[in-house]
Write a new protein. Sequence first.
Length: 440
Amino acid sequence: MSTPEFEHARARFVAGNAAFEAGHFEEAEACFLASLQALPGRPSALVNLAATRIRLGRPDEALPALEQALAAQPADAQAWNHRGVALAALARHAEALHAFEQALACGANDAGVHHRRGLALVALERPDDAQLAWKTALARDEAFVAVWIDLGSLHRDRGQPEQALACLERAIALGADDPMLRFQVAALRDAQRAPEAPPRQYVEQLFDGYADQFDTHLVQGLGYRTPQLLADGLAQTGIPHFGAALDLGCGTGLCAAPLQRWVGQLDGVDLSAAMLDKARALGRYGRLVHGDVVEHLQATERRYELVIAADVFVYLGALEPVFAGVQRVLEPGGVFAFSVEAWDEESGNRIMPAPGAPTYTPTAAPEGTAAGSPVAGYVLRTTLRYAHAETYVRALAQTHGLQVCATQRHALRQDHGATITGLCVWLRREPAQPAPHTAE
């Protein structure tokens, strides 16, 4: 028999569902809480309350409601699925995988659960199992665009460019039109024009999410040593000390320690706010700016004796705007030191110059290129990082009034078991000429 409490709980539950569907999640949460106050422990209200808190970005608060719901109904597939979503958002991937598998065991068989299970498997470094999960998802929904994109990205990460390209182009055919998707496709197509830079949001999100484990992974896991190489090479410039330096793409501040004996004041700029928080905690930077490096070079009123960029230009193809900005902020006699991934002997994955863009003729043509023929100065690799030719760098230096002090090839880091060869470059701007002496 219906009671006033039951009717009130049902009314609040229905109102909560309506608010949820309308995207009014705070209102939905209030409604589900009111429903549970009138009728405590109702599993459906608990599950919907948890789903709402996940949408509000509070997955930790969703878990208690789900645990209570599952205690009452252990075979509730929807509750298990929401539990997996909450745990994945908290980076508790092994527990998330278990939850998704429980959801499937309890009868959930929609493509979304298989997709999320695959994401958990990728996070747990089980790519073969992830591929199987995503193929199962596509068997249930062949038009599931997100699965095609994730499967394509996984193939790319695993060095399977043909399969990756097929998946990503399928996503585009189904209506996907994300700038990052087209950027990946450009990196996979041979002899195609590629963007001069990746989507800004991609770089920002990549490093915001990478900030906490960046130093450990890069230095200990990948053998990264570019900041030290660039700092050591400053001895070749003939300048014993720099009053003020600007660290382009400073990240967590890995350049700060190697530069400590070389510079008086060190400023930094980076697109990732999370990375800047790590750099700020070091206490070694005078000023840190959140922004795009090119825009900062074009706008800042400060001038520097040293501008340094360690492993930054792998996320920029065309370097003309950078060189123009450096020319603007670099004091006469100042030094521009940076690294790039080296490209000079690959014949694949070339970038076609844009109409009217300058071309650069290497002294020794890349393999597969006729001697003396113009080629683009950079390529976008399937890793989604750019590599640059030394001839391109030298041409830009000459155009912008910078002399080459030294260039050195080094193994910059490891990447999927392969050694990445980099080019470290030290350029110097012409010192100011003394005013001519005028006899009285």
